[in-house]
Design a protein around this ligand. Structure first.
Ligand SMILES: [Zn+2]
Length: 405
């Protein structure tokens, strides 16, 4: 089955007619339809199919027990109203690359597998990469059992309803020990390749990133009768902090976003008593990120003081830099440049991936396919057909270079 027909088959699954975006949340009906599709693709190619203890799907060519397997794949779930490419491009390209290699008459010397990691986006339970985190031992079964969706349904309940055994979840070191390399192809979630004019690139690292909560405390009062001079309005210091974040990020070549806010008492005619803003910031390295967030916090304190407001800053989450395995990355870049003699762009990314989670356990690498607008996590996410085909060819070359030598 060609890339195009696989793509066309998957395209309507979980698509909202209202938004045109995808709502493929973990352990829902749309997710189940994607998983059936995956199983059918495995069966139609004579691959041996299995689901691991954490609900990740695997399609094997060759004996997994032989070890040193070369694995590729991605995820099929989506963010709320996500695009068609984030995740599925990697899975569809994996099957298409395998078809291409068989067409080339490739002789595999190692087992090869295609994987669909469950619940990568964390859209339903609020934690990303649950399937790979569990497998890598980066999320305990006890913590996973406490995950709850917006309707109060727990992860175990959701897994059970979808026909999986939630008591089986947990680390899977034996499975990871059989894998020599994992290569994930993904649509780029930025415009780096568009700017360099390349269809395909190789990932160098995933930027360190974190979330910080800024609580600006002032004094609630009447919006009509309180003189300007008498106000302790935390909204002002918040607003100035948003501008400071933009300045700090621009200066450092980093990114910083206040995308969520909560206000008390949240009345049109009331000066707020509390403005709580959440900062998401990412940078190429730890020192830069520390400097950016430090600069924002310093500005926030100065502005809060100037407006007679209090400030608490809490770091709510943090993920350190992920450096992809250098030897594998160099090998992938070498394979891709072999025929053309061209240098393949090697780029960092601000987005998290299963390949990043697994990089602590096994050598992992990523290929990015050009995204002409850079838009992602949106129905407008796109990639050109020619670039998708170039991605399949690149992935086939990489698999051939790694598994046929
Ligand atoms: Zn993704």
């Amino acid at each position: 089955m060609s890339f195009h027909s696989m793509w066309a088959e998957l395209l309507p699954v979980g698509r909202s007619s209202a938004s045109g975006g995808y709502r493929r949340y973990a352990w829902t009906g749309a997710d189940a339809d994607c998983r059936v599709w995956f199983e059918e693709q495995a069966a139609s190619r004579g691959l041996s199919y299995e689901v691991d203890r954490n609900g990740n799907q695997w399609a094997w060519l060759g004996d997994p027990a032989a070890g040193d397997a070369v694995v590729t794949g991605s995820h099929l779930d989506s963010v709320p109203d996500g695009g068609a490419f984030d995740g599925p491009l990697g899975v569809v390209s994996s099957f298409a690359a395998l078809d291409e290699l068989r067409g080339r008459g490739a002789q595999f010397t190692k087992p090869v597998a295609i994987v669909n990691f469950g619940d990568e986006e964390g859209a339903r339970f609020g934690l990303a990469c649950v399937g790979s985190r569990l497998t890598a031992g980066r999320l305990t079964a006890a913590d996973a059992h406490r995950l709850t969706d917006a309707d109060g349904v727990t992860l175990p309940q959701a897994m059970e309803a979808a026909g999986y055994d939630p008591d089986a979840i947990g680390p899977d070191p034996e499975r990871l020990a059989r894998i020599g390399a994992f290569v994930e192809l993904h649509v780029e979630q930025g415009r780096a390749l568009d700017l360099t004019g390349d269809a395909v690139g190789v990932a160098s690292a995933i930027w360190p990133h974190g979330r910080w909560r800024f609580d600006f405390r002032g004094e609630a009062n009447h919006a009509g009768t309180t003189r300007i001079a008498d106000r302790h309005d935390p909204m002002l210091s918040y607003a100035e902090t948003v501008l400071a974040a933009r300045r700090e990020a621009e200066r450092a070549g980093a990114v910083a976003t206040f995308g969520k806010i909560s206000v008390e008492p949240n009345g049109v005619n009331a000066i707020p008593s509390l403005v709580r803003g959440w900062l998401d910031s990412r940078a190429a390295d730890q020192d830069t990120l520390d400097a950016v967030v430090g600069g924002i916090e310093k500005a926030a304190r100065a502005h809060a003081e100037a407006h007679g407001a209090g400030l608490d800053v809490v770091r709510e989450s943090f993920t350190p830099v992920v450096e992809f395995d250098h030897a594998l990355r160099d090998e992938v870049a070498r394979i891709l440049g072999k025929d053309t003699g061209l240098t393949v762009p090697v780029l960092g990314t601000g987005a998290g991936h299963d390949a990043g989670i697994l990089s602590g356990n096994i050598p992992t690498a990523m290929l990015f396919v050009r995204n002409p607008t850079g838009v992602s996590h949106s129905p407008a996410e796109s990639a050109d057909e020619d670039d998708c085909v170039a991605g399949v060819r690149a992935l086939a070359d990489v698999l051939e270079g790694l598994a046929c030598r």
